[in-house]
Design a protein around this ligand. Structure first.
Ligand SMILES: [Fe+2]
Length: 235
């Protein structure tokens, strides 16, 4: 009886060891999968740099802005990964826009504008292929919606636009306005702010603009620096 009990204890102990080993292996595989996904995300951002350096660098800054605004708007920290990826790769679909249209100097024709306006759908179609990035793909899909329903691709209104998409819309516009380009100087902070406030409630979500104002006032230099750029550079 005693021998049987001892054998049973040994079997249970062995099973316990096997379970621990399996759990460790699962954790290891999960870490490898996350590292691989992060490498692909960085590679996609590099591709965007190669396609259009302005868009690539701007997107890197948007990831910085987005996390700061998300925290200010009390989005739970566990959602930060999706926020960061969506901000970083919201314009990845621009890879599908021909250079002759994307980099055209001068006004776009209606047809060219329609081609550019497809880029949020292209971004969605790329990001949705990654297991675990379904949320980020939806945020990217709706980053050009306006709260009054005049945006694209779906013409969503107000709170039916995901909050992260509404955040990206505001920081995207601000960062583009204040950035220098080879062909034009960026707007002063005060002018960019005035334009955000003017379109608050029509193009932009008023609460997001309100949350963003103090961040833009205090953290613009930090955000540019964190992305390896400066407010003085033409990028
Ligand atoms: Fe965009």
């Amino acid at each position: 009886m005693c021998i049987v009990a001892n054998q049973s204890m040994a079997v249970i102990a062995n099973l316990g060891l096997e379970v621990t080993e399996l759990l460790l292996r699962i954790k290891e595989l999960e870490e490898q999968q996350l590292a691989f996904r992060n490498s692909v995300i960085c590679a996609l951002n590099q591709l965007l740099d190669l396609k259009d350096i302005n868009t690539g660098v701007h997107s890197t800054r948007l990831a910085e802005w987005a996390i700061r605004v998300a925290r200010k708007m009390n989005i739970p920290e566990e959602g930060n990964y999706q926020v960061e990826v969506a901000a970083l790769l919201h314009d990845i679909g621009k890879i599908g826009v021909p250079d002759a249209v994307l980099k055209k100097n001068g006004p776009l024709t209606a047809e060219e504008r329609a081609i550019i306006n497809r880029h949020p759908e292209y971004s969605w179609s790329i990001l949705r292929l990654f297991p675990g990035l379904e949320e980020a793909s939806l945020y990217a899909l709706h980053h050009h919606e306006n709260v009054d329903g005049t945006g694209y691709p779906a013409g969503l209104k107000g709170q039916s636009i995901p909050l992260v998409s509404r955040i990206i819309s505001v920081i995207d516009a601000y960062d583009a306005m204040v950035s220098n380009r080879c062909y034009r100087k960026g707007l002063p902070h005060t002018e960019a702010m005035a334009r955000l406030i003017q379109s608050s409630g029509t193009q932009f979500d008023a609460d997001v603009v309100k949350a963003f104002i103090p961040i833009a006032e205090k953290e613009t230099a930090d955000v540019f620096e964190a992305a390896g750029t400066s407010t003085a550079a033409a990028l």
